[in-house]
Design a protein around this ligand. Structure first.
Ligand code: LMR
Length: 334
């Protein structure tokens, strides 16, 4: 009798948790490599909040920051295999998986400002770029901002001569490799999660990244100088596993798209300030000295990096490069 009562309580509890006819909840694992307190970290948490609200809890978004699940290269493989459902890798990370066109984003000084960037991401070219990832089993959902990159090292970097012979960590990108070689430096490809230790132990001498990434990884604590060069851009492509995404019930997919549009507006709205604040915090810490370039010094670095453009057309396609540059300049005809 007692046993029966226990069983029926158990059955009632099960019935409460899983009402008859209910579908099991949709769980979306969203993996990324940066800290929660960054533009990407905050945008992904905003997406979680809105997605769970709009789907009325039918979808649960599990956000895994700081390379907790996967490092740079592995996270793309994990998405393709369906071990995670969503990611937001940097543009640079699509070249190595065969979407070479994305390498154009790595060209030094290719994007003069956020306005020019928006002309790319929010226009027809952005749509084309999002479509490109479909051949890799992914759906491109949005472009998320981080910001412009600075250089750091244990010496002030003002002229190409200052870079000579130094080892710099870069993301896995042929364009970034060419950029460092053009400066006379030695590029070293390394996962993001390993950069702090590599700088600390002297495995590499310097690196390039946005202030928000540098500050949250404490890179400024192990680099005596940070040069505000703004010589390149880091932004993200939010992608989902295509099979998973296409298989979602249409209403849920629509709610997730709405959440994504709003999270994108939020994240891209705060990214500029996040980076400015991070640079300010780095300055205040007194651990890294901020080097401000004169116009002539900046022009000198830009000139030294110009050869990178020579073989870029061959890598990414001349048509892609032309369309990108025209879109940036606001002279594209489509
Ligand atoms: C890097 O590897 O430096 C960046 O792509 C990290 C990131 O996701 O911002």
């Amino acid at each position: 009798m007692k046993k029966l009562a226990v069983l029926s309580v158990f059955a009632a509890a099960v019935a409460l948790a899983v009402p008859a006819g209910a579908q099991s909840p949709i769980v979306i694992k969203f993996s990324h490599v940066v800290a929660p307190d960054t533009p990407k970290g905050k945008a992904s948490l905003k997406f979680k909040e809105l997605a769970e609200k709009y789907t009325n809890g039918k979808a649960t978004i599990e956000v895994y920051p700081n390379s907790q699940l996967y490092k740079d290269k592995e996270e793309l493989e994990a998405l393709q295999l369906g071990a995670v459902q969503m990611l937001a890798p940097s543009n640079s990370k699509f070249g190595p998986i065969g979407v070479k066109q994305y390498e154009v984003f790595d060209l030094p000084f290719v994007l003069p400002d956020t306005k020019a960037l928006r002309r790319v991401t929010d226009g027809p070219l952005g749509k084309k770029f999002l479509k490109l990832v479909e051949s890799k089993g992914m759906v491109g959902l949005a472009f998320w901002d981080n910001g412009f990159k600075e250089f750091s090292a244990n010496k002030p970097l003002r002229t190409p001569d200052d870079f000579k012979g130094l080892k710099f960590r870069i993301q896995s990108s042929k364009i970034l490799e060419a950029q460092m070689r053009a400066l006379g430096a030695i590029p070293q490809v390394m996962a993001f999660s390993e950069v702090y230790q590599a700088l600390q132990t002297g495995v590499v001498d310097g690196q390039e990244n946005t202030p928000s990434n540098m500050y949250t990884q404490k890179m400024h604590e192990v680099q005596k100088y940070t040069t505000v060069s703004d010589h390149g851009y880091i932004g993200y492509v939010v992608v989902a596993n295509k099979k998973f995404w296409d298989g979602l019930p249409a209403d849920i997919r629509g709610q997730l798209e709405k959440a994504m549009a709003e999270a994108t507006a939020y994240g891209n709205g705060i990214a500029g300030k996040e980076n400015a604040d991070a640079l300010e915090e780095m300055k205040k810490s007194g651990k890294t000295q901020i080097v401000t370039l004169t116009a002539a010094e900046k022009a000198g670095l830009k000139k030294a990096m110009q050869p990178v453009y020579d073989d870029a057309a061959a890598r990414v396609g001349k048509d892609v490069l032309d369309e990108f540059e025209k879109t940036v300049a606001g002279t594209a005809t489509n």
